[in-house]
Design a binder for this molecule. Structure first.
Ligand SMILES: [Zn+2]
Length: 169
């Protein structure tokens, strides 16, 4: 699953760059009270098509995950739901809903940061792309800037717990 050894140095740097952008977006979402997850979609030429964050709390919309919002933006920009030649970067392993959307949109390359031991649907908890329900298998690279992505989430949850306690106390 982790295919770093197959990556050449240039594409590794590109992936690191876009993941860094996704991490910054996630940070902004975290400051607004949402779980910090950020997503970016680029096309084959490396142009930015979409940049989105988890906005579930802000929008009070259970489907407003970063990946879903990014897929909508990119499809609108392309005026085409086929995102065949696109790469989706996301700081956290997609959940079942987003894994489904990634398959529906025919994203060709999925790159994510941290594994999600709770709802990771690419391979940590279940593997939707390789399940019988899937008619498309994106290439997957896991663990790009994994440390930064994981720490960002961990720190956000620690901060949230502390705030919750101080409110109660
Ligand atoms: Zn999701």
């Amino acid at each position: 699953m982790i295919e770093h050894k197959h990556l050449n140095y240039d594409s590794y740097l590109t992936h690191k760059y876009w993941m860094g952008r996704a991490i910054s977006l996630a940070n902004a979402a975290g400051n607004k009270g949402d779980v910090p997850v950020g997503a970016i979609i680029t096309n084959q030429s490396g142009d930015l098509l979409a940049a989105a964050t988890n906005q579930k709390e802000q929008n009070q919309d259970a489907t407003a995950h970063a990946e879903i919002l990014a897929i909508r933006q990119a499809s609108e920009k392309q005026q085409n739901w086929h995102l065949d030649d696109c790469t989706l970067y996301v700081t956290l392993e997609p959940c079942p809903m987003c894994a489904g959307a990634i398959i529906q949109a025919r994203i060709s390359l999925l790159i994510y940061g941290a594994d999600d031991p709770k709802t990771g649907a690419i391979y940590t908890v279940i593997n939707i792309p390789h399940s019988f329900a899937s008619n498309h298998r994106p290439q997957v690279i896991a663990g790009v800037e994994e440390d930064k992505c994981r720490k960002q989430l961990q720190e956000w949850f620690i901060r949230k717990r502390k705030l919750g306690k101080s409110r109660k106390g």
